[in-house]
Design a protein around this ligand. Sequence first.
Ligand code: SAH
Ligand code: SF4
Ligand code: F3S
Length: 474
Amino acid sequence: MLKPNFKEAKKRTKAEIKVLRDEYIVSDEAKKLGINKKYFIKTYGCQMNEHDSEMISAILEDMNYTKTDDYEDADLIILNTCAIRENAHNKTFGFLGRIKHLRQTKPNLLVGLAGCMSQEESVVEEIINKYKWMDFVFGTHNIHKLPEILLDHINSNKLEVNVLSNEGNIIEDVPFKRDSKYKAWVNIMFGCDKFCTYCIVPYTRGKQRSRMPEDIVNEVKELINQGYKEVTLLGQNVNAYGKDFINRDYKMENLLEDVAKTGIERVRFVTSHPWDFTDNMIDVIAKYDNICNYIHLPVQSGSSKILKLMGRRYTKESYLKLYNKIREKVKNCSITTDIIVGFPGEEKEDFEETLKLAEECKFDSAFTFIYSPREGTPAAKMKDNVSLKEKENRLHSLNDIINKYAKEANDKLVGKVISVLLENVSEKDDSMLAGYTDTMKLVNVKADKKYIGKIVNVKITDAKTWSLDGEINE
Ligand code: SAH
Ligand code: SF4
Ligand code: F3S
């Protein structure tokens, strides 16, 4: 058994980051495992986890499994989990509770845990003690070893726990089975070294490691050949891209420029930490038409006192300066954010500063959260004297402001003609197609299905808080 170890996960050494290119192997024995069998993956968490699930799918298909969207029909179920807040945990354990009975009718069903929760000591202890019926647990560092892990479980017929708590390497040449034919996630870096005091990610994903620019650019070129229209460059802190290169001066602005020059129609990137956002980056975003005018710029709090306790390394003033600079230099840019309410020590006055900042920035939209203590992080030890009721009240009053400005930003677009990448049939109405503007606004468009996968001009006819309606304008 290889269990997670937080003490190891916390370490950051000067050890060289290795780029490993021949680690992914599917043995003939593993290729037989999936014949006539179906797999189901349940994914929680961020875009990185969604993309990891695309990797898990491709690996399972290399083992000859086929995909099913119905977990009751599956022979293999994998939960790719998130650890960011307590409710992410609750959802995973809730789902495990719901599927346990399937074992009675399907004794050969395999159930495994993957993702960030697998990297947590307490979660793995709970699985070992209370979920003995499960089959395997693997982590974020060894997804590519899934064929071996499954074989080991089948040979031992015991709960197989295989989680690494190292700083991590870069594993190249692992396949992906992408969910979309038009837009693709592209990893540019893994891990995080920021250690914001509330956050579990640096412990579950290892140290910051940037992929080689050539590997990223080649991946984007290959995606263009396959007909992809949009790439989203992924990392916990994309602006810090390249800061970990030892003998190379190549930063996010260089990468953005090189990816834009491939000619792909749309380039996005998430997530930007305000700390590493340089003027050069802003200039590159403004210069290239195919770099989307959309920046997710998490602020977390409007109080410099709380930002300091959070370890964010910027102040309210420096955030606002950056925010205004982006608004000024990147025309028609949409800016969204993340905000945590009820962080330990957040007094009424601190929260009011957050409200004031939201009023001032008029974000296009925001994800807002109640602080959730994560075991092992510094903030979990800080004294928290705000009641849950008060935190809920704060969340509601913040959301009122966020919603007001989201609607206002959408209202301004009514009557305008904007380009939209139409991706699929709308969830609400199957005579409509849904897609996103380059500023990341969801648009429902009355249009023939022949437009799916195309970037088209759409005239906006109506605005709601979280979406727009429109019609094709050719
Ligand atoms: N790397 C990104 C954030 C990834 S996590 C960044 O630094 O901006 C996504 C969001 O979850 C964070 O921006 C934060 O708002 C929220 N979050 C993270 N840890 C949290 C916690 N312990 N409680 C509540 N929200 C949290
Ligand atoms: Fe978490 Fe902070 Fe890293 Fe974002 S930058 S992943 S919030 S530690
Ligand atoms: Fe969750 Fe891990 Fe992403 S904790 S938000 S799945 S990096």
